[in-house]
Design a protein around this ligand. Structure first.
Ligand code: FAD
Ligand code: SIN
Length: 544
């Protein structure tokens, strides 16, 4: 068995991930020093690139920070942290201006004002967008701005494997109570088949979410929870993974796709209604905000209607809008559905819920600092306290851009940040690796993890289902851990190891919370219980 080669690279700031969180941080950090971005596929491949609806921010004179604050706290089942929510909504408008200064063009009205959309749980129109391709506009504009910056190096096809901490240092006297410090990451350069140690004075994890842990998801293939698992293995605090958001409306298709196509909530914001097969609306029976109720409520209502009627999907009706309106406001959704044979100006759209967003993640303070020294995190990978038990629509792009700015400001305020001396880091050690595995074994295990999560840890949970998921996932985790230890590294193997860990941690958090709140609905405890559970579910590795 030939060994994987190893080499070393040093920089001031290391950013893992090239979505909105990573790119916006890198643009700022380049003012302070050299920046390296590692990203596991092509630079644009991220959840950010697929965002449709837009970014929530108080722009209109009819809106207020108090309203945005109240909507966020309410949608989050009162679990959001008040100080964080206040700060994020207040810093929103300035961060939107920063995006514009980097070249992002948002849709405007004929009067040259920002066109504001509406989405579930929002009491006001406050979603700034670029038609229904907001994410693509942001991703490509930020990448463009970075390309002009000589202090930033982008390493595509580099998969971060693990954080480098003092536990890796050779011949070191180990002090057990010492705070863990991050010195960068080991990453697999998948084109060169080589592992490099990338050392940095500060590292930002911006690896996004974990939607791929479910069989049906709006998330692209990159969303495998890598950042959460790297931080977990290094001993960071992880919280609230039980709050997985299922988007109510993705296009129902008979063939299994790699990614479910999203039908943006903004479509309901423009008056679309949800209907059963017989054409009847059902949301008025579930919530006073009807189709624009918070996402957890709408997804559960759809799930219930589908189960009650034994139907495979429900319908979304947007036929009240003209073809011209639809083509202008939702060009991407209109043309995608047309390619699938559905003219949405005349026909109803068959829709089902799918896993969409991970509300929990790496615990950070209000500046994006994790519980590990020199390790920051921003974006979907985090648990900052903004979302509580259910993220308000379009608050995640906002959270990412605000926390990346705060992390930068925190670093910029430390005059000694660039004086750090690097320790001697040992090269990648692949002792124990005895085989290259057939990739089909990896894809089978990936499917098993995703199927198990979909079947037992979905929109409606029960203790029995969660217990069954726990014992089966524990078995898979043991098996995959051993397999990982003895098998030559590939990107797929790295992802599989992370998927099974993030699945296991999600089940653990779900079993810990013995109530129903926001996105976590357990039919064995149907009520919210503030006396016992108005708190976060924190998990931490004990294996350091
Ligand atoms: P991402 O954009 O997901 O970027 C993560 C990056 O990390 C990627 O570049 C990935 O390749 C890289 N990466 C991951 N693991 C590794 C590794 N091991 N090594 C190296 N690189 C790695 N939110 C809104 O606020 N408004 C919306 O309208 C909206 N619409 C959405 C529509 C869809 C279809 C989806 C999927 C999500 C939507 N969201 C929306 C959610 C939002 O897009 C994401 O939460 C947000 O973009 C996350 O940004 P991020 O920078 O944290 O992560
Ligand atoms: C959407 O466009 O419906 C997605 C918005 C979000 O996830 O915030």
């Amino acid at each position: 068995m030939t060994k994987i080669k190893s080499h070393e690279l040093k920089t001031d700031f290391l950013v893992v991930g090239s979505g909105i969180a990573g790119l916006s941080f890198a643009l700022r950090a380049a003012e302070l020093g050299e920046v390296v971005i590692v990203t596991k596929k092509r630079d644009f491949e991220s959840n950010t690139n697929y965002a449709q609806g837009g970014i929530a921010s108080v722009i209109s004179s009819e809106d207020s920070f108090d309203d945005h604050y109240r909507d966020t706290i309410k949608a989050g089942g009162d679990l959001g942290k008040q100080e964080i929510v206040k700060g994020v909504v207040q810093e929103g408008p300035e961060c939107i201006q920063d995006l514009i200064s980097w070249g992002v063009q948002f849709t405007k009205t004929h009067d040259k004002e920002f066109a504001l959309g509406r989405e579930g749980g929002h009491s006001k129109r406050r979603i700034i967008h670029a038609a229904d391709l907001t994410g693509r506009e942001i991703e490509h504009s930020l990448l463009q701005a970075l390309k002009a910056n000589p202090r930033v190096t982008m390493l595509e096809d580099h998969v971060a494997i693990d954080l480098i901490t003092q536990h890796h240092l050779a011949n070191r006297y180990f002090v057990p109570w010492e705070k863990t410090t991050c010195w960068g990451v080991y990453a697999l350069d998948s084109k060169a088949d080589q592992v490099c140690a990338i050392l940095a004075k500060a590292t930002l994890l911006a690896t996004g979410g974990a939607g791929q842990v479910y069989l049906h998801t709006t998330n692209p293939q990159i969303a495998t929870g890598d950042g959460i698992c790297m931080a977990y293995r290094a001993g960071a605090e992880i919280a609230n993974l039980e709050f997985v958001q299922f988007h109510p409306t993705t296009l129902y298709q008979t063939e299994q796709k790699k990614r479910s196509f999203l039908i943006s909530e903004a479509v309901r914001g423009e008056g679309a209604s949800l209907r059963t097969k017989d054409g009847k609306r059902f949301m008025p029976n579930y919530h006073p905000m009807e189709e624009l109720a918070p996402r957890d409520v709408v997804a559960r209502a759809i799930d219930q209607e589908m189960k009650r009627r034994g139907e495979l999907h429900i319908w979304l009706d947007v036929t009240h809008l003209s073809k011209k309106n639809l083509q202008e406001r939702f060009p991407h959704i209109y043309s995608h559905c047309l390619m699938q044979g559905i003219d949405i100006s005349k026909e109803f759209i068959p829709v089902v819920p799918a896993a969409h967003y991970m509300c929990g993640g790496i615990v950070t303070d209000l500046n994006g600092q994790t519980s590990i020294r020199s390790l920051y995190a921003s974006g979907e990978v985090t648990h900052t306290g903004l979302h509580g038990a259910n993220r308000l629509a379009s608050n995640s792009l906002l959270e990412a851009v605000v926390f990346s700015k705060r992390a930068f400001q925190q670093l910029a305020s430390d005059p000694a940040i660039l004086d750090v001396e690097f320790p001697e880091i040992p090269p990648w050690d692949d002792t124990g690796v005895v085989r290259s595995e057939e990739s089909v074994l990896i894809s089978h295990d990936r499917h098993s993890v995703r199927r198990l999560m979909w079947d037992y840890v979905g929109i409606v949970r029960t203790n029995r289902r969660l217990e069954r998921a726990r014992s089966r996932m524990a078995f898979l985790r043991r098996d995959i851990t051993e397999f990982y230890r003895t098998t030559r590294l590939t990107p797929e193997l790295i992802e599989l190891r992370n998927l099974v860990i993030v699945a296991d941690l999600t089940i653990r958090c779900a079993l810990m919370r013995k109530e129903s709140r926001g996105l976590h609905y357990n039919a064995d405890y149907t009520e919210r219980d503030d006396k016992h559970w108005l708190r976060d579910m924190v998990v931490r590795s004990s294996q350091l």
